[in-house]
Write a protein that binds this ligand. Structure first.
Ligand code: AMP
Length: 490
């Protein structure tokens, strides 16, 4: 039985999707105004693993992630760069998709906000018709929080505590309640005559993309409305899992609950069944220009303590980056450091080395099922327990530790070797941490290995040991097996 820590109830609950065997899952994607950092990537890699694990457990998973390609930050950056905002967003959206591919995040289907404007308009109209929204002339259409008594059920915050809810585009001194948020934002300057627009084709007003609707007038979507529009379109007003980083619980996810429950006349517990939130990647703030300098803080662009996923992918194998991101439980903060990445690389090398031996093994006499079955059970037990990925990784290493000697000596029979290969393919289909190719060993190291082999044939052990030391200095270890010397990156 899978259990999930549900932010809405504050409890670990047994997982039972609304429709047996089928899971509808949505995760907030990036706002594409820049490269994503490894903190953002943690959230995306983690939910990729959640979707893949649910599929591994036999569920039919429909996993959607939005891409916010219209937003204040995008408009500001694009204007500074002298580029059209939608072109600017397209550039970073393409980079994001490439980064995800490079990290083997293959489970979500991406949906751009700007491809869903008619649906956004429809949801805003519903809220206006039901009396949950109101118009501020020449400003925007806002949700009226006083019409929704369940506000705060997800985050435990109240409408009066909504100061940080007015962050992005929700600013207006004419609002009815402090926490009211924008659903539709009108242009700052005089718009062209009404009726001259096509709802699917935006025009630029003062450089900002604006869409036309006869009821709403010219405008663009607020921050929160795109998500409930997209989920309602593909899942209906009720679905199973909604995820994101912890910073999104308030105000963003609270606003989603508000909008969808008001639009569909449902209670918060009947909207999304399980809310899951990922803790931050934290990193030292180096510059004294920032508050909290010298301390570990949430990795973010605004604190300057970020590492882009794009740069890290160039320097580290994707399996190692995923291993690192999965090495702490998703509800615990994850420290960023080069050392942690090196440790992840070493973990992946160990798996790779073991797998390489499986490929080389010719097969002996011993039959092995007990350890493999135990590892499979332990892996599922860990993942069933609120996706405990560090524990799941441990089950893999326990197996390697228990069977390494048998594999190194080629004792296991062919069927056991096959079962091991199947097990590694299974865990890889979920975690994506098993390298498909052996890492390329530099020629310099291979030459030293050859020289050492000659010295060993000549039984010149002292010289052979010296060469081993040289190999280790270059960052590699050598293991003598029945298959010959195996070289592994330390
Ligand atoms: P944004 O583009 O800022 O909306 O962020 C995209 C996703 O990454 C959201 O789900 C955020 O909650 C998440 N996120 C942002 N910063 C971090 C971090 N330092 N660690 C983990 N997740 C993060």
């Amino acid at each position: 039985m899978i259990k999930i820590q549900n932010t809405l109830s504050g409890q670990k609950e047994e997982f039972a999707p609304r429709k047996e065997g089928r899971v509808n899952m949505f995760v907030c994607g990036p706002t594409v105004y820049d490269y994503i950092h490894i903190g953002n990537a943690r959230t995306f890699v983690f939910f990729d693993v959640v979707a893949k694990y649910l599929r591994y457990r036999g569920y039919d998973v429909n996993y959607i992630q939005n891409i916010t390609d219209i937003d204040n930050k995008i408009i500001e950056r694009a204007q500074k760069a002298g580029v059209d905002p939608l072109e600017y967003a397209k550039k970073y959206s393409d980079i994001f998709r490439e980064d995800m591919k490079a990290l083997d995040v293959t489970s979500p289907e991406y949906k751009n906000a700007t491809d869903h404007i008619p649906e956004v308009i429809k949801q805003v109209q519903t809220l206006l018709n039901k009396g949950n929204a109101y118009v501020i002339e020449n400003d925007g259409i806002y949700f009226d929080l006083s019409t929704f008594p369940d506000y705060g059920k997800l985050s435990g915050r109240t409408a009066g505590m909504a100061d940080d809810a007015v962050s992005r585009i929700d600013d207006s001194d004419k609002k009815r309640n402090r926490g009211d948020f924008a659903l539709w934002k009108h242009p700052n300057s005089t718009p062209p005559p009404n009726g001259s627009g096509n709802p699917n084709v935006p025009i630029r007003i003062n450089g900002e993309p604006m869409w036309w609707n006869k009821d709403l007038g010219w405008g663009r979507p607020g921050w929160h409305i795109e998500d409930t529009t997209i989920t309602e379109k593909y899942f209906g007003p009720q679905y199973d899992i909604h995820g994101g980083g912890q910073d999104l619980i308030f105000p963003h996810h609270e606003a989603e609950v508000t909008q969808q429950c008001a639009a569909a006349n449902i209670k918060p517990k009947d909207f999304v069944k399980y809310w899951m939130h990922v803790a931050f990647v934290v990193n030292s703030v180096k510059s004294s220009d920032y508050h909290g300098a010298g301390k570990k803080q949430k990795m973010s662009k605004s604190l300057g303590n970020f590492e882009t996923a794009n740069e890290l992918i160039k320097k580290h194998p994707k399996e190692a980056l995923r291993f690192y991101l999965l090495s702490a439980h998703y509800r615990s903060p994850l420290d960023f450091s080069e050392k942690a990445l090196k440790q992840a690389e070493a973990g992946v090398s160990r798996i790779s080395e073991f797998k390489h031996k499986l490929e080389l093994a010719k097969g002996g006499k011993e039959k092995e099922t007990k350890n493999i079955e135990k590892a499979r059970k332990e892996f599922s037990k860990a993942m069933d327990d609120d996706f405990n990925t560090p524990q799941a990784l441990s089950s893999v290493f326990d197996l390697i530790r228990n069977l390494n000697i048998y594999i190194t000596r080629d004792f296991l029979d062919k069927s056991s070797i096959e079962s091991l290969k199947v097990f590694f393919a299974e865990i890889d289909s979920v975690l994506g941490i098993v390298p498909t190719k052996q890492e390329k060993i530099p020629d310099e190291v291979l030459k030293l290995v050859e020289t050492r082999e000659k010295l060993r044939e000549e039984k010149n052990w002292p010289e052979a040991d010296k060469i081993r030391a040289q190999i280790e200095d270059l960052g590699y270890t050598i293991e003598d097996t029945v298959y010959g010397p195996l070289v592994v990156k330390k």
